[in-house]
Structures are given as structure tokens and as C-alpha cells.
Design a protein around this ligand. Structure first.
Ligand code: NAP
Length: 556
């Protein structure tokens, strides 16, 4: 709402999730007039929306929390090694209240449009309730996985039972006891839900298009005493996260895959499979990400584990991915997922073989038969990374729409800024360091960099900052090049921008959404950019377009 002067705010942050909360903290500490606009009725982002049973971290809780405040680290007790959604939401509320940030947040404020006014170097935002606000600098803290996507089945509106996407799990909860439940999808979300609801539902039918590789989470509680030890170790923990490619405590095994014996490889895998967390993915040999044969050997090891855990060999085979190897898509971690299929009330339908043809009034029709349900759960994922930006009408210089610019593939500078969209920051944007790492570790890095740049602009009196076209092209080419050695470039996964439910994001063309260089390299690069006076950015004035430059003397 306009307060009579323009801009209304020096900075507007869109999104009160993990990134938005930290961003507003930094701005408030600097005494900047800033606000957070949040579509939800409260803060928390991903941990506000995803309320499905089983929803939890698969980052170690104490590496997921913010690192910026000793006071916070001293006060908070993580109760589980991989904390659950209700606790995570409590944590984000605790942080917000500890630093009195809630008064800088506006809820139920869904930003529909953000247009850059070139004549004044300000952003003009419109919310869905008609409110208009202006700011000098705009921060899109929109989340990586916040644009939920549904299948495009015929008849979806006709189902007489309840149906919803997992991201929009009913806030009041839903009693599945005695119900016939369908779940569509077998990604990380479904893999968390299925073992939780299998004992409750009368019948649970899982519609799987492609299986995912999953490995045990091995969660456990954290006692007071252990939490004391973790607190004493926080400096060391965060130093390790800063040093590892994924921003975790898990460090890759730097021995050569083929230089150790098969027995040694098996010993490592036996150990990692029994250990908590992402070790089996991230503390493994580095070749599993780049060498087909190394990856195949590990994949066969995991397949054998699945066969040992699922009683019906035919079901086990259906749960073993055949189209991609272990770890080339984001690995879901599970708790008794495979054992859920040993229950009599759990059924697996392979919709690769018998596709869903339509939703009926009473359930789902596959090419084989009709299935009746009381509840249909769509665990069908997200238009990752760029989707949340595409859903806002963001227009930069000359009225260019960001969603048009990114139609075929994303292009950014450092994953945090975009040519043609001045004064617009994405602390955890596509192609930034946070997308492929332990998210909050990447977020703190991104927010700190964006905030330091803002401080630089304020100190120097620059009203405007924008990356040059050339700098953006260089970064995007760099991100793209890093895919070339990775097996994941072939995967149908959000890492490659695949989403069968979004036009143009189907399989066939890779969208280079993820920076694969790891945390240390990312930090080194963005630090050097800052130290060199923000090279690649045009500060103060619009960038000179190369095609507008005068030809060199003597050129034809
Ligand atoms: P996802 O991994 O993209 O999985 C979506 C599932 O739905 C896939 O099995 C997909 O099959 C299926 N699907 C999509 N559209 C379909 C259609 N039209 N018909 C039939 N099946 C369809 O999504 P997600 O499980 O929500 O996970 C997304 C990401 O969120 C994860 O990769 C992870 O990064 C994050 N996440 C994290 C946690 C955690 O921290 N523990 C938990 C949950 C999610 P195809 O594979 O054939 O496309």
C-alpha cells in the first residue's frame, strides 16, 4: 500500500521461507526500510505448505539450521537428527520471534506482477488483492520447489472424493483411517508419505510411472546431552559444510573407484547404507556421478538391497529403476518405504505399463481397469527452480517478461541476477550455489552476497545494478559446461528442468537449472566478483549493449 512516497520501500522481499526470513533479518539489522510479502497466511515457505505425514529433512537438522547467530544456535534444541515438518515450522517461527521479524512481514499477499519502471529505477508490484507497492530493490526469495504441478488428466475436476497435491495437504489434516487412498508419483515426497499412511488407510494404491532410487534415512532422536555436544561443535560443523561440495558434513570418498578392490567398495557401501543421511550418495566415490560403469556397479548393489527388503520379487523388480542409475537424480531418503510394499493393503500399479487414462467421479481409470478411491493424493512434484518465478508476471527493461526470456532455458549471472532485470536479486535462484546443496547453507551464502552488493550500492549512491549480457552469457555457458561430464545430464529430473506436466518442460531438451560446481567453488567465484568491484555488473547506469556500441575505427 502506498505510503505517499515512492518507492514505498527500499527493498521488498517476496517469500517468507528460509531465504526470506534471513534476508529480512539482514536488512532490518542494516536499518533498511524493507518488507516481506508472503502468499501464505504465515511464514515458513516449504515448511508452511508441505504438511503431509512423514515430511522431514534429509539434511542433518543441525546443518540445516541457520548459522548466523550464536544466540540462536545456543537456544535451539533439534530433537531429531532429521527433523519433521511441524518442528521445522516451529523452528522458523522461533527464529522470527527471537529477532522480532514478524512485524516486517505481510501475509496473504500473493504478488502477481512486478514491473521495472526504467524512468525511475524502481519496481512496481501488484498483489492479487489489488495492492500496489513500489521498491528500489526487489528480492525474489521464492523457493526452489514451491510451484506445485498437477498432471493434466481428463476429468480431474469431476472426482467426488477429496484430491489434492501434497504441497497443499489440508492444513487441518485429513483422517485416512479406513479410506481407500490413491497416491500418484513415487518421488521423494511420496516415498516419505507411503510408509506413514500405509498402516492407516484401508487400501493404499500407488501409481508409479518410473521408480526412484531411494536409501535409508536412519533417523534417530537427539538427546539433551548430544545436543550439547553438537552446540560445542557448531563452528567445526559449519566449517565442514563450507568445505564440502554439497554443503553437508558428508565428504566424498577421494579414493579412486577403480583403484580399490571390489571388497573395499562393498565395505564402504555396507557402511554407508547403514549410516544416517546422504552418505550413500555424497560420501561415495566421485566416479558414481560421471562413470557409467562405476554407477552401474553401485546401482546393482542398491537394487540387491531392494530385492532383500521387498518380499514379492515381481514388486521388487518394479521398484528398481531401469532407466537411470543411482544418484543421477536427487536421491530420496526413506524410512521403511520398501517394507510398506510387504503389506497386504498396499498395491503397486505400474502406469508405465497401464497408463492412467482419466479421473472418474469415483476414482481413476487406467488402460486396464477402473479403481475406486475416497482420496487421491497427487505427489507429482514441482516446476522446480524457475517455476515460482514464471508464475509472477516479472517484467524488466522494455517490458521484457522473465518467463519469456527463460522459455527455453534459464540464463542468469551467478544464479542471482538477470540481464534486463535491474535491481532484481535471487539469493537462491536457478543456477546459484544453493540449488544443488544443503539449501540453507547455500541460502546464507546467497543472501550475504546480495546484501553486501546492496550495501555497496548504497555506499556509492548507485540507484541501479544490472549484469551485462556478456557476463550472463559467460555464467550460463559455465553452468551448462558443468553438466557435460555428469551422468545426470541424461536424467528425467528437475535437475535437468524436466517436468512432464508443464508445456515446454517435457523430456527432450535440458534446461540448465543447477550449478554443479559445489559450494567452495561457487563461494570463491562470487567472492572474487565482489572483490573486483562487482565485475560483470553495470552499476548506476544501464549497461551498454554490445550491438549498440560504435564500430571500431576502420571496421567495415
Ligand atoms: P518428484 O521427485 O519430481 O516426483 C514426482 C513424482 O510424480 C515422480 O514419480 C513422477 O514420475 C510422478 N509424476 C509426475 N507427473 C506425473 C503424471 N502426470 N503422471 C504420473 N506420474 C507423475 O517430486 P517430489 O517427490 O515432490 O520431490 C521433489 C523434490 O522435493 C525432491 O527431489 C527433493 O529435492 C524435494 N523433497 C525433499 C524432501 C526432503 O528433504 N526430505 C522431501 C520431499 C521432497 P516420473 O519420475 O515418471 O516423472
Amino acid at each position: 500500500m502506498s505510503n505517499g512516497k515512492e518507492p514505498d520501500y527500499e527493498v521488498i522481499v517476496i517469500g517468507a521461507g528460509v531465504a526470506g526470513i534471513y534476508q529480512i533479518k539482514r536488512l532490518v539489522d542494516l536499518g533498511i526500510e524493507a518488507t516481506v510479502l508472503e502468499a501464505g497466511s504465515d511464514l515458513g515457505g516449504t515448511w508452511y505448505w508441505n504438511r503431509y505425514p512423514g515430511c522431514r529433512f534429509d539434511s542433518e537438522s543441525y546443518t540445516y539450521g541457520y548459522s548466523f547467530s550464536k544466540e540462536l544456535l545456543e537456544q535451539w534444541h533439534w530433537k531429531e537428527r532429521y527433523s519433521s515438518q511441524p518442528e521445522n515450522l516451529r523452528y522458523l517461527n522461533f527464529v522470527t520471534d527471537l529477532f522480532d521479524l514478524r512485524r516486517h512481514m505481510q501475509f496473504d499477499c500473493k504478488v502477481e506482477a512486478a514491473h521495472f519502471d526504467e524512468s525511475r529505477d524502481i519496481w512496481r508490484l501488484r498483489a492479487s488483492d489489488g495492492r500496489v507497492m513500489t521498491c528500489r530493490f526487489l528480492v525474489g526469495a521464492l523457493g526452489l520447489l514451491s510451484a506445485a504441478t498437477l498432471p493434466r488428466y481428463e476429468g480431474m475436476g469431476r472426482f467426488r472424493g477429496r484430491s489434492f497435491h501434497t504441497y497443499h495437504w489440508p492444513q487441518e489434516g485429513i483422517d485416512l483411517k479406513g479410506k481407500k487412498v490413491a497416491i500418484i508419483g513415487t518421488g521423494a515426497t511420496a516415498i516419505q508419505i507411503i510408509p506413514e499412511i500405509a498402516p492407516e488407510a484401508a487400501e493404499l494404491t500407488i501409481f508409479q510411472r518410473r521408480p526412484n532410487w531411494a536409501a535409508p534415512l536412519n533417523n534417530r532422536t537427539i538427546s539433551e546431552e548430544e545436543m550439547g555436544e553438537i552446540r560445542a561443535r557448531y563452528d567445526e560443523i559449519f566449517a565442514t559444510c563450507a568445505r564440502t561440495p554439497g554443503g553437508f558434513e558428508h565428504e566424498p570418498d577421494r579414493r579412486g573407484f577403480w583403484e580399490v578392490s571390489r571388497e573395499e567398495r562393498l565395505a564402504l557401501w555396507d557402511r554407508l547404507y547403514a549410516e544416517p543421511g546422504f552418505g550413500i550418495w555424497l560420501a561415495n566415490f566421485r566416479e558414481i556421478f560421471t562413470d557409467e560403469d562405476a554407477n552401474a556397479e553401485l546401482s546393482e548393489y542398491i537394487a540387491e538391497r531392494i530385492r532383500q527388503r521387498v518380499k514379492d520379487p515381481a514388486v521388487a523388480e518394479k521398484l528398481i529403476p531401469k532407466d537411470h542409475g543411482f544418484g543421477v537424480q536427487r536421491v530420496p531418503l526413506e524410512t521403511h518405504y520398501y517394507e510398506a510394499y510387504n503389506r497386504d493393503n498396499v498395491h503397486l500399479v505400474d502406469i508405465g505399463e497401464t497408463p492412467i487414462e482419466r479421473v472418474t467421479e469415483t476414482g481413476l481409470r487406467t488402460s486396464e481397469r477402473d479403481h475406486e478411491f475416497d482420496v487421491i493424493i497427487y505427489a507429482t512434484g514441482f516446476d522446480a527452480l524457475s517455476g515460482a518465478f514464471d508464475r509472477i508476471d516479472i517484467r524488466g527493461v522494455g517490458g521484457e517478461a522473465l518467463r519469456e526470456k527463460w522459455r527455453d532455458s534459464v540464463s542468469t549471472y551467478l544464479g542471482m541476477m538477470v540481464h534486463g532485470f535491474p535491481n532484481f536479486f535471487m539469493p537462491s535462484g536457478p543456477q546459484s550455489g544453493s540449488a544443488s546443496t544443503n539449501y540453507p547453507r547455500g541460502i546464507e551464502i546467497g543472501v550475504n552476497w546480495c546484501t553486501a552488493l546492496l550495501e555497496y550500492l548504497w555506499e556509492h549512491g548507485y540507484p541501479r545494478a544490472e549484469p551485462t549480457r556478456e557476463a550472463e552469457e559467460r555464467w550460463t555457458a559455465h553452468v551448462k559446461k558443468m553438466y557435460s561430464t555428469m551422468l545426470m545430464r541424461k536424467a528425467k529430473s528437475w535437475f535437468t528442468g524436466y517436468n512432464s506436466n508443464v508445456e515446454g518442460h517435457e523430456q527432450g531438451k535440458i534446461r540448465y537449472l543447477v550449478y554443479n560446481g559445489g559450494t567452495p567453488k561457487f563461494v570463491k567465484t562470487i567472492t572474487a566478483v565482489a572483490e573486483n568491484g562487482y565485475e560483470g555488473l553495470q552499476l548506476g547506469l544501464p549497461p551498454t549493449e554490445p550491438d549498440e556500441a560504435l564500430p571500431e575505427a576502420g571496421a567495415a
